[in-house]
Ligand binder design. Structure first.
Ligand code: ATP
Length: 339
């Protein structure tokens, strides 16, 4: 029944016009009653479906922000990213779920999505807060065939993809500025809307990548800053806070996966950031300006000169020495604030 629902939803969405009950029956080989049941289910989930006798059914309006497996799958036009989707109303961490998928043989491109993550993870064991009905939390499972030393760049490929997708969602009139805080935080109007975590698992022989999971949490429909916990209220924001609009999380995911598929293909051509560097640097926060590098071995400041082909941040220290900052252990800040 689930597949019928997704297929019927996709057909109604793609047609944009009335589709007769008979067409739906013929197309999916189901009875009139089955079609009617699915239509009612969709209405209960919040879809506005007009039914006119003699013409059939029509999706009257795109729903506001429904997040479900059918909503996600019925939107996807990707080649491989998200061809298999697991959706959870609530989970611990979509990265952990995707790692399980990695162990259990799910294919390259499998995506796990959750409405609530109650143990979302950031880098270095830090937490990631997600509230029900507001966040897009997803993780993609990748099975790359390249050497493990290339994998850390995947996080930059995803950062670029999310930044581009967010830009597609924004209208010119909103005048919102989307940037990437190296290596992978997405910042809207100088506040963080998205954090990412990439984790790699090696084969038992430790000589090849078994799989990589790239997870992201995007603040989409938080209405007011007070919804964030006190300690991040000054640095966090959401798409809704910045635009005043309720935004479809499934629609945003669709855009992210399309961008990721394209960017991943470009990355594979050279197995480094050389061909994505220009696009990445167009979004990079603070390029040419002073940054503070929070290195566990000691904090320092310098001028950011963008990234090299491996995705490392090039920072010119006060003594003129250029250092390459590797993403693993380090956070970067603006000189006087978050960016
Ligand atoms: P940063 O430089 O922003 O401190 P990071 O890149 O070093 O972050 P991440 O793993 O990306 O680390 O993010 C974890 C941090 O993000 C948390 O320690 C917290 O400060 C912040 N954070 C947690 N949840 C959210 C959220 N929903 N929105 C914005 N920021 C959040």
């Amino acid at each position: 029944m689930k597949t019928d629902k997704t297929d019927i939803l996709a057909l109604l969405r793609n047609s944009g016009d009335y589709v007769s009950g008979q067409q739906l029956c013929d197309r999916f080989g189901v009875t009139r009653t089955a079609v009617w049941k699915v239509i009612n289910q969709l209405k209960e989930e919040g879809y506005e479906i007009e039914s006119v006798s003699g013409r059939g059914y029509r999706l009257a309006e795109e729903p506001g922000d429904i997040l479900s497996e059918s909503e996600i799958v019925s939107r996807l036009h990707t080649k491989w990213a998200g061809r298999k989707v697991y959706y959870h109303d609530e989970t611990g961490s979509t990265n952990n779920d995707a790692k399980r998928c990695g162990e259990e043989g799910d294919p390259h491109g499998t995506v796990v999505v959750a409405d609530i993550q109650n143990a979302g993870k950031g880098r270095r064991g830090r937490g990631w807060q997600t509230l029900s009905g507001t966040a897009l939390a997803f993780t993609i499972l990748l099975r790359p065939e390249f050497a493990p030393d290339r994998a850390s760049m995947l996080t930059l490929v995803m950062a670029l993809s999310v930044a581009e997708a967010v830009e597609e969602v924004l209208t010119d009139a909103e005048e919102a500025v989307t940037t990437i805080k190296w290596p992978n935080d997405i910042v809207l109007n100088k506040k963080k809307i998205c954090g990412m975590l990439t984790e790699m698992t090696m084969t038992p022989e430790m000589d090849e990548i078994q799989y990589v999971v790239v997870g992201a949490g995007v603040n989409v429909n938080n209405a007011v800053p007070e919804e964030f916990q006190e300690e991040i209220r000054k640095t966090a924001t959401s798409l809704k806070i910045e635009t005043g609009r309720h935004i479809s999380r499934a629609g945003l995911l669709e855009k992210v996966l399309l961008r990721f598929e394209d960017n991943y293909a470009v990355f594979l051509e050279t197995l480094d950031m050389s061909r994505l560097r220009e696009a990445y640097e167009r979004h990079l926060q603070g390029i040419g300006g002073e940054v503070r590098v929070l290195d566990p071995a000691g904090e320092y400041t310098g001028i950011s000169h963008g990234i090299d082909d491996k995705g490392e941040l090039i920072v010119e220290r006060e003594n003129g020495e250029k250092v390459l900052v590797y993403a693993g252990e380090v956070s970067v800040r603006g000189l006087y604030g978050y960016v």
